[in-house]
Design a protein around this ligand. Structure first.
Ligand SMILES: Nc1ncnc2c1ncn2[C@@H]1O[C@H](COP(=O)(O)OP(=O)(O)OP(=O)(O)O)[C@@H](O)[C@H]1O
Ligand SMILES: [Mg+2]
Length: 343
């Protein structure tokens, strides 16, 4: 069982444009979709699609369109009721794969609600009679207003303290203050899933483009995160594939180009692909292969659609071992980097 926490879930509206987006113009959509989302929810959606047991923990009223959408989609969830409606995010996709996102801030969570959410996560991760152990807890996405940037660190600490040796491994996918906040407070995750931009901000690199262009540099930046206590880093590099940096080795995975229709949620699918391989007992390099196969399949699907395992093609992915030399100061490393909103 894999549990995910989405602190700031959303109703994701995707508008598929028949041509390029024109600012200031009135344009007709070729199609629209609407579904419950947020990073943890998307990971659960992808796991559910492949028959892997998961549970999405989130704030939200029973009658909120987001929780209603989860029921309709058959995604198992556990909600912490709040009175305010959840947010709705808009994505515009263009035929060449360009996507534009506008994310709302979401309802704020009071300190009491934050405590209740942490308690719900601890409860969801507690082993129960008759069901298998929870192997992973995924902390994903942005934090709503009112929630401190170290919230994911607080969740990780609570789960590890309360469950001890029975605590699940913790994976994290976020950006900006929630990402740096989680790393700063000594509760680093077992697996971090940054893209190049998030890797740059977390490892203190100024040049995100250089990280995306140079897997060895990206692997060394991921090594900086490992020095800060992160167990392993699954760095996704968009169309360039992904790399995995662990205590036991580092690998790069690439595949031939796909016709991208919507890259929204490709990172969430990549993380789901990694985790479903990991819980099946597959070695790390092969988990990376499945991550890239899942990400590429997601990019080829429209909107926020997620692939099933059968829709992925891991045989198309090439995995190469990387050798990273321990070295001195790394070129391009800076004190701080700009931060961006994450869904
Ligand atoms: N244009 C593309 N062509 C092929 N594969 C892609 C493309 N974009 C993404 N992918 C696949 O999806 C994975 C994740 O993509 P990316 O690095 O863009 O994640 P991300 O920025 O975290 O995405 P998000 O947070 O929006 O879900 C990549 O490792 C790759 O396998
Ligand atoms: Mg991402």
């Amino acid at each position: 069982m894999i549990v995910t926490l989405t602190a700031n879930p959303s109703l994701d509206r995707t508008v598929e444009l028949p041509g390029a987006l024109v600012r200031g113009a009135v344009q007709r959509a070729a199609g629209t979709t609407e579904e419950s989302g947020g990073k943890g929810v998307n990971v659960c959606r992808a796991l559910t699609a492949s028959g892997v047991a998961s549970l999405a923990v989130l704030p939200g009223a029973d009658e909120d369109p987001v929780t209603a959408g989860l029921r309709q989609a058959g995604i198992p969830y556990l909600n912490m009721p709040i009175t305010a409606p959840l947010r709705s995010n808009i994505t515009l996709t263009e035929p060449d794969g360009t996507t534009t996102k506008v994310n709302a801030p979401g309802p704020s969570l009071s300190p009491v609600e934050q405590e209740a959410l942490i308690a719900l996560v601890v409860g969801a991760c507690t082993p129960k009679e008759g069901s298998g152990p929870v192997s992973w807890l995924v902390l994903a996405g942005s934090l709503p207003p009112g929630v401190p940037p170290n919230f994911y660190a607080l969740v990780a600490q609570a789960v590890r303290e309360r469950l001890g040796t029975e605590a699940p491994l913790i994976a994290m996918d976020s950006s900006g203050p929630p990402l740096t906040g989680a790393l700063m407070h000594g509760a680093a995750p077992d697996l971090l899933k940054p893209n190049a931009e998030e890797l740059a901000e977390a490892a203190g690199f100024s040049n995100e483009a250089a990280l995306e262009a140079d897997p060895l540099l990206a692997a060394r930046a991921a090594g900086v995160l490992r020095e800060r206590g992160v167990g392993a880093a699954l760095v996704t590099l968009g169309a360039k594939g992904a790399l995995l940096v662990t205590a036991d080795g580092s690998w790069l995975a690439t595949r031939p180009p796909v016709q991208a229709r919507s890259t929204v949620g490709a990172g969430d699918s990549a993380l789901a692909g990694y985790l479903l391989a990991e819980v099946a007992g597959v070695p790390p390099a092969e988990c990376l292969r499945q991550a890239v196969a899942h990400g590429a399949a997601a990019a080829a699907l429209p909107g926020t659609a997620v692939p099933t395992l059968a829709q992925t093609d891991p045989g198309e992915v090439t995995v190469t071992a990387l050798s990273i030399e321990p070295q001195g100061p790394i070129a391009g490393r800076a004190a701080a980097a700009p931060q961006k909103e994450e869904s």
